[in-house]
Design a protein around this ligand. Structure first.
Ligand code: ZN
Length: 222
């Protein structure tokens, strides 16, 4: 039995029939829908977000070799799949409650994906001088240094890769919430600076060498 797969946001378990090693077509012997969204398709914001989550997950995935008998034991993609399925369940409940906030949903998804991929921005202390950021009013995200920095340390840095202090501070707070709570426990964020989401998106794109135009659904979300 192959692991569950996702098709248009539905989770489907598929058992594949054996095919010739040279054959790229695989015969589905059995399939079963495990979970399916009901409300997302009635909410265009939620639907666009779902398309974006699927696009991002596909870009991060490596192609599965279905001829490899040992691929069932390969767990490298399990974490990515877990983030995606959590995101869809979260999105479905927001759509159901009619409280879908695209910025908040995207921020949670990107935050959880960055944790999963091991490139979550460091919140511990300033990336340069190690100063504790918790009590500082001015905190900046420094995209090419993988974390946040204090006001004293950003003077010599290239402006394009530094956030504003307000957005940086808010993102620092929000990412703390994302990191410390389970996906389904995260409720709507009250964001003062909407730029915090775009800031995290830029950080995400930078980490994986992605370009914004690669993700067609993005312009329908932000
Ligand atoms: Zn510093």
């Amino acid at each position: 039995m192959k692991p569950s797969t996702l098709e248009l946001g539905r989770m489907i378990r598929v058992e594949l029939g054996h095919s010739k090693k040279t054959n790229e077509l695989h015969r589905a012997k059995e399939w079963q829908i495990i979970w399916s969204h009901e409300q997302i398709r009635y909410d265009h914001k939620a639907f666009s977000l779902m398309c974006l989550f699927l696009e991002i997950s596909a870009a991060l995935s490596i192609e599965d070799d279905l001829h490899d008998e040992l691929s069932d034991e390969d767990v490298t993609m399990v974490g990515l799949f877990r983030v995606l399925s959590n995101a869809l369940v979260h999105l479905e409940s927001s759509a159901k409650a009619k409280s879908c906030d695209p910025g908040g949903e995207l921020l949670i998804f990107l935050g959880k994906m960055l944790i999963e991929q091991g490139v979550f921005p460091s919140r511990e202390g300033c990336s340069f001088c190690d100063a504790q950021l918790e009590k500082l009013s001015k905190v900046y995200l420094v995209t090419d240094h993988g974390g946040f920095a204090c006001h004293e340390c950003i003077g010599h840095l290239e402006a394009a890769l530094i956030s504003s202090s307000q957005e940086g501070r808010e993102l620092w707070e929000l990412l703390g919430v994302v990191a410390n709570q389970r996906y389904q426990e995260l409720s709507e964020f009250k964001m003062e600076h909407r730029g915090a989401v775009r800031l995290l998106l830029h950080y995400f794109l930078y980490q994986f060498h992605f370009q914004e135009h690669q993700f067609k659904s993005l312009k329908m979300v932000l």
